[in-house]
Design a protein around this ligand. Structure first.
Ligand SMILES: Nc1nc2c(c(=O)[nH]1)N[C@H]1C(S)=C(S)[C@@H](COP(=O)(O)O)O[C@H]1N2
Ligand SMILES: [Mo]
Length: 441
């Protein structure tokens, strides 16, 4: 890894300036459309029925619509325990279906190790999982950032290159979004995740840097734009094209993988088979699934996913939004169902996990009385970059009634989860301590 980790904020100023000067291309979306989207995103509408477990089954289509994703094929009445377009089984103990997506129930992680089995790994699909055969698949690298013409790699070509294995989380930038509403009474748009839009896996694949160099990276290359083979995304009547998000070359050359294995098995269909990007510590959208081509450009690139989406908009931010999001933030979750019932006078072992894309977690404190008293949890893993630590703490609940559990992590830079997350209209990067209510009976 480079001594100074690559980030979007410094680079984005250059990218934007070049765009206004006409030196950057908007990668398939007209500038006029981007500007319109930009205006729309700044005024993003409210999200209805956020986070409520009872409302969850009633309004998936409405939520998908406000989430700005295509609702084609989404159920209009009560949702079955399946998401349209997800291939793997979604048992209700393990997943909560949200539109085209499936959130992992944190309680179901209690029986899993550091690595999240594919059977428990959340799915975030803008449209639907495409079925792609490895034999038919190719990856094309092309663009002004290559010295020569387009270069193609087949599945076997990639598998024949030197491989690396890396443990990394994939976490949606909107993970925890529903708490802006339920805890802070603020309106946000997007899928109403609680804290289960994250999983950690051991990914094996080829370094993107190796593939870029083999393809003939030019000196002037600045951005790479991986694009998925899933369907085009239609949002509020605008066709945004296929899912794609520019990645600064510095990150692409740093620690990014073109992954073909997850936890020692070929990638499951829902998680990007045959090949996906793994962009450690960065927002989930960076990890393009079912990647089919990568544009390599000597001028900065834009797509809806780094302009109107995945920037912070709101009173605290400039009109064009913050720099594109890069690292995920600090969070903690109990491996316990919301509203679970525990027995008074009996010892409980509370367990949970904390993680951050910024720096490894240093310590975790928990409170069982809504924040009046705090104590240290026992860390059960060595904290590492780009993964989570499991922790536990004993608790003997005494008083019957509602108890509010809190978990608060501190990372190695001294950053502590705040009481309140700074609002943004699309509800990204929620980092505040989450109130987890349980009933003591
Ligand atoms: N091609 C493609 N890649 C994609 C997406 C998608 O819809 N299509 N969703 C992105 C988002 S928003 C997230 S959070 C992660 C989710 O990865 P997972 O479904 O494997 O958990 O994939 C990203 N990559
Ligand atoms: Mo995401």
């Amino acid at each position: 890894m480079s001594p100074v980790p690559p980030s979007e904020s410094a680079y984005d100023r250059i990218r934007l300036r070049q765009w206004h000067l006409g030196h950057a291309r908007s990668a398939g979306v007209e500038r006029r459309v981007l500007l319109k989207l930009l205006a729309a995103a700044s005024a993003a509408g409210p999200l209805t029925a956020v986070g409520s477990t009872t409302a969850r089954a009633a309004a998936p289509a409405a939520r998908a619509a406000t989430a700005g994703v295509s609702t084609a094929g989404a159920p209009t009445a009560a949702a079955p325990a399946a998401a349209p377009g997800i291939v793997k089984p979604l048992p209700t103990e393990v997943f909560t279906v949200r539109g085209t997506n499936a959130e992992t129930n944190f309680a179901a992680l209690r029986s899993t190790g550091v690595l999240t089995p594919a059977s428990h790994f959340f799915v975030r699909n803008h449209t639907a999982t495409p079925r792609i055969a490895a034999e038919d698949w190719t990856l094309t690298l092309w663009g002004s950032g290559l010295r020569g013409p387009a270069v193609e790699f087949g599945y076997d070509d990639l598998r024949a290159l030197p491989s690396v294995t890396r443990t990394a989380f994939v976490e949606c930038a909107g993970n925890g979004r529903s708490y802006y509403t339920t805890q802070q009474n603020q309106q946000v748009s997007g899928t109403a995740w609680t804290l289960g839009a994250i999983g950690v896996a051991r990914w094996r694949g080829v370094r993107l840097a190796d593939v870029l160099r083999r393809a003939g990276l030019a000196r002037g290359a600045v951005d790479v734009l991986p694009r998925g083979l899933d369907s085009e995304v239609v949002s509020e009547g605008v066709n945004l094209g296929r899912v794609r998000r520019p990645l600064p070359l510095a990150k692409a050359l740093d620690d990014v993988l073109l992954a073909y294995e997850m936890n020692g098995e070929p990638l499951p269909a829902d998680h990007g088979y045959p090949v996906r990007l793994i962009v450690p510590s960065w927002v989930g959208i960076s990890n393009i699934k079912w990647v089919g081509d990568i544009e390599v450009s000597d001028e900065p690139l834009y797509s809806p996913w780094n302009t109107t989406l995945y920037r912070l908009f709101g009173p605290g931010y400039p009109a064009e939004g913050s720099a594109p999001l890069d690292r995920q933030t600090l969070k903690s979750a109990f491996e316990l169902a919301p509203g679970a019932t525990v027995t008074a006078g009996r010892r409980q072992v509370l367990t949970g996990r904390s993680w951050s894309g910024g720096a490894p977690v240093r310590s975790v404190e928990i409170s069982t009385d809504g924040g009046a008293h705090w104590r240290r949890a026992r860390l059960r893993d060595t904290p590492r970059h780009g993964s989570w630590v499991r922790w536990s703490a004993d608790w003997v609940p005494r008083e019957r009634g509602t108890a509010v559990l809190l978990a608060r992590a501190t990372d190695r830079t001294g950053r502590v989860q705040p009481e309140v997350a700074v609002h943004n209209t699309q509800g990204y990067l929620f980092d505040a301590v989450v109130r987890h209510e349980v009933t003591v009976a």
